[in-house]
Design a protein around this ligand. Structure first.
Ligand SMILES: [Zn+2]
Length: 325
């Protein structure tokens, strides 16, 4: 690894755009957000991203020419080869050539990846999977996304959809998933689906102990993982049953991945970060039902080392990976 040098990252989210200046060791030098940027027209937002990138670089006492590369991340589906965001359910942008537009405006090399792969890259380059040749990243968030590093390379697949871990079907008779299939891991364990299931079960009963938790305060819209974790820890039977199923389905999903990729480390983000061993311990205990011990024993299952900074460091990680250093 050469001595440290600066990189830019631009993370396109459903409700905000984060622009980050970091160095190649993962130190964040500057970070700003455009709130609602991806909700407005692309033609208006592109110049704002470019302006913010220039501001961060100038504030750090650097020139744009000092920036070795910029990494851009976006929710899928994307066309990785063309550097195009095809569409996103949460954004009005359609078929925008973000990578080439930014490269032209910034006059720097720009690399592009979807946000789940970018999370994998951030943990691989800067975080808990550093140095691993075979690694997985799984984010248990509103949905479930993930990325795969195999034999020292991020796996993209034929059109960039490799690592769509959340949509592995765990039960053909399982609940309907937002993607159109049924019984996906995300249908069981995605945050949005957990919230809907809790609302159906508890929302109409304001006297239920789950509804009376301080995290909920009688408001059905506050149901979801932030309420389920304390409810299960408090031993409320219906919440314990729900949590047990989430642990079981998570072990099943990870078992599929362990048997497919034989990773040395699996990094779990978001909900796993909040739940910690309350999730990891039962998952480890359940794994022998879904993976050979020869494969699961050498696999370390851990939580994200970057935590809340993963979004900021995802873009710089994509840039560094693109430079292939
Ligand atoms: Zn699905």
């Amino acid at each position: 690894m050469p001595s440290s040098f600066p990189l830019l990252g631009i993370d396109i989210g459903g409700t905000k755009i984060a622009v980050c200046l970091a160095d190649s060791s993962g130190k964040i030098l500057g970070n700003e957000r455009i709130i609602g940027g991806s909700q407005t027209r692309y033609e208006e937002t592109l110049p704002r991203m470019v302006e913010l990138a220039h501001k961060l670089v100038a504030d750090a006492g650097l020139a744009m020419a000092d920036i070795r590369a910029c990494g851009v991340t976006s929710p899928g589906p994307v066309d990785l080869a063309k550097g195009v965001i095809i569409r996103s359910p949460n954004m009005p942008w359609r078929n925008v050539a973000l990578r080439d537009d930014l490269a032209r405006e910034l006059k720097r090399p720009v690399f592009f990846d979807n946000d789940a792969n970018a999370g994998m890259l951030a943990e691989w380059v800067f975080g808990a999977a550093k140095g691993a040749q075979n690694a997985l990243y799984v984010t248990l968030s509103t949905g479930i996304g993930g990325g795969v590093v195999t034999e020292g390379r991020i796996l993209h697949g034929v059109n960039g959809n490799a690592g769509e871990i959340g949509h592995v079907v765990l039960d053909i008779n399982g609940p309907k998933c937002g993607c159109g299939m049924s019984g996906c891991w995300e249908a069981y364990c995605g945050g949005l689906n957990v919230m809907k299931r809790m609302q159906a079960q508890f929302g109409g009963n304001p006297d239920h102990p789950v509804m009376r938790l301080p995290e909920v305060g009688g408001a059905p819209e506050k149901l979801g993982y932030p309420a389920l974790i304390p409810a299960a820890k408090a031993g409320i039977p219906e919440a314990v049953a729900m949590w047990d199923e989430i642990c079981l389905r998570t072990a099943q999903g990870l078992g599929v991945m362990i048997m497919t990729y034989n990773p040395e480390v699996i990094v779990l983000g978001t909900v796993a970060l909040h739940a910690g061993d309350f999730l990891l311990n039962p998952v480890r205990e359940l794994l022998p039902r879904f993976a050979w011990s020869e494969s699961s024993r050498p696999c370390r299952i851990t939580t994200s080392a970057l935590g809340l900074h993963i979004g900021e460091l995802a873009g710089p990680a994509v840039a560094l990976n693109g430079l292939n250093l």
